[in-house]
Design a protein. Structure first.
Length: 97
């Protein structure tokens, strides 16, 4: 069954544009290569411009595992680190069908 993920990413002051540019590159690769990733959307909090949430929906556990294992996911994840204020907080959710 489908799996949802909400990843909360806190970015350092003034680093949002650089972070967003790297994320756009990652999202483009996800959309081009991962049929099992149904939603992969970066959103920014209206309450705090340094807080982003990635809204993700995967077809199944295999698709989620495949997403995390890609070279581009690891590489671009590393590129984001210098812009982050803290470690990402990742919540896994089971779809209610």
């Amino acid at each position: 069954s489908m799996i949802g993920v909400v990843a909360t990413l806190k970015v350092q002051d003034g680093k949002g544009a650089e972070f967003e540019a790297i994320f756009r590159e990652l999202a483009a690769k996800v959309r081009a290569n991962e049929a099992g990733t149904l939603v992969y959307q970066l959103t920014r909090s209206r309450a705090d411009a340094n807080t982003y949430k990635v809204l993700e929906v995967y077809k199944d556990q295999e698709s989620l595992t495949a997403h995390g294992g890609t070279d581009y996911s690891r590489e671009l994840g590393r590129k984001m680190v210098p812009y982050m204020a803290s470690r990402p907080d990742v919540e896994l959710l089971d779809a209610v069908e």
